[in-house]
Design a protein around this ligand. Structure first.
Ligand code: MG
Length: 334
C-alpha cells in the first residue's frame, strides 16, 4: 500500500477498518482475530505471562526491526520461565505520517517471528497519535502467554556451586543500535542478535538439564542479569572475563565510545544457571548444537566472598566488581 498513516486511520471509522484489514489481518489473521469480538476466548492451563513495550529507534536496524523485536522480546521472557510461547496480544501506537510501506514491513516481520515461535496473535489494538507528540514513529507493546513446560525456575534458588552459561556474545544489539543511530561506520559488521530463544530453551528442557534459572540479557546486558541474580539469592557470582565472548566489532565500538560491553543489551542471548559442573558441561554441548548457541560458554559460577555482588576476574589475575549499570546509557534501545 502506498501513502502514509493519517489521524483518520485511528478514528475508529472506515479508514481504521481499512488499516486493520489491509495491513494487520492480511499478515496476521487467524481464527481468534477474525472473530472480531471485543476479546478473544482462549483455554489456558499453567501459563507464564510477560508484557513489554518497544520503542527502539531506528525502527529498522541490522539484524532486525521493531516488529521482530516486539515478538522475540516478549516470547523470550516467557521462555526464560520454561514456557513455550503460545499466544500474544499487541498494541501498535503509530504516529501520523508513518508510511504504509514501513508499517507493512514491520507487520510482516512481526508475523514471521510469531510463526517461528509457533504462536498466535489473539488480540490487538491500533492507535494513531498526532505528529510529533509521541516521540516519533512507531511503538509496539506486546504481552506473551507461554505454556509452562518446566516449573520452578527462579533466581532465588541459585546457590554456591551453580555454573553460569552465556548462550552467545555480549552487547551485539546495543552496539548495532548505537551504530545505526549515529551512522558511525565501525570495522566489521555490527549486527543485532535479535532472535527468539524458545528453540534453544526447549533443547535444554528436552535434555533434562538441571536449570536453576534463565534470563535473557536485554537492557543492562550481562551486568544487569548477574547483579539481579546475586541480590535475588543473596549470593556472590564470579565471572571469568576470559570466558565471556565479545565480538571484535563490539569491543571496538565499546572502546571508542567508553561503553562496558557487559552492560550493553542483547536481544537473542540468554544467561542460564545450571546445577553442578558435569551438568553445566552437558548443557553447554546442548546449547552449542543450536545455531543460536554456537558461541555458548561457561562464564562463571555462583560463589565468592562478597554476597550480593558480581566479581569479574580479569585475564591478568586481578578482579573487580561488575556493577549493575546506572544512568542512561542508550535511550530507545528496545
Ligand atoms: Mg527478560
Amino acid at each position: 500500500m502506498s501513502g502514509v498513516i493519517t489521524l483518520a486511520h485511528g478514528a475508529g471509522g472506515q479508514e481504521t477498518k481499512e488499516l486493520i484489514d489491509r495491513v494487520f489481518l492480511r499478515a496476521l489473521g487467524n481464527d481468534y482475530l477474525s472473530e472480531a469480538e471485543d476479546a478473544a476466548v482462549i483455554a489456558l492451563g499453567k501459563f507464564a505471562v510477560s508484557t513489554d513495550g518497544f520503542i527502539v529507534a531506528p525502527p529498522i536496524f541490522k539484524g532486525g526491526d521493531i516488529g521482530k523485536l516486539a515478538v522475540a522480546g516478549s516470547c523470550n521472557d516467557v521462555a526464560m520461565r520454561g514456557a513455550k510461547p503460545k499466544f500474544l496480544t499487541a498494541s501498535f501506537i503509530i504516529e501520523e505520517g508513518v508510511s504504509f510501506e514501513l508499517l507493512e514491513t514491520i507487520v510482516a516481520s512481526f508475523a514471521a517471528e510469531l510463526a517461528k515461535n509457533e504462536a498466535k496473535l489473539v488480540a490487538a489494538d491500533t492507535k494513531v497519535t498526532p505528529r510529533n507528540q509521541a516521540g516519533g514513529g512507531l511503538y509496539i507493546s506486546t504481552t506473551a502467554f507461554g505454556e509452562v513446560k518446566l516449573e520452578g525456575l527462579a533466581a532465588r534458588n541459585l546457590k554456591e556451586g551453580d555454573y553460569i552459561i552465556a548462550s552467545g556474545t555480549c552487547g551485539d544489539h546495543g552496539a548495532a543500535i548505537f551504530a545505526a543511530r549515529e551512522e558511525i561506520a565501525f570495522e566489521g559488521d555490527l549486527k543485532s542478535d535479535c532472535a527468539s530463544l524458545w528453540g534453544l530453551v526447549s533443547r535444554l528442557i528436552d535434555a533434562k538439564a538441571p536449570i536453576v534459572c534463565m534470563r535473557d540479557a536485554t537492557r543492562g546486558g550481562l551486568a544487569a542479569v548477574t547483579n539481579e541474580w546475586a541480590s535475588a539469592a543473596d549470593v556472590a557470582i564470579t565471572l571469568q572475563e576470559a570466558a565471556i565472548g565479545v565480538k571484535n566489532e563490539v569491543k571496538g565500538a565499546c572502546e571508542l565510545l567508553g561503553f562496558e560491553p557487559y552492560a550493553l543489551a542483547n536481544e537473542g542471548m540468554m544467561i542460564a544457571a545450571v546445577r553442578g559442573e558435569a551438568a553445566a558441561l552437558e548443557a553447554l554441548n546442548v546449547m552449542r548444537s543450536d545455531a543460536l548457541g554456537k558461541n555458548a560458554a561457561v562464564i562463571g559460577f555462583v560463589g565468592g566472598d562478597r554476597r550480593g555482588r558480581v566479581i569479574l576476574q580479569t585475564p591478568h589475575k586481578t578482579s573487580r566488581f561488575l556493577d549493575a549499570p546506572s544512568g542512561e546509557l542508550l535511550p530507545r534501545i528496545c
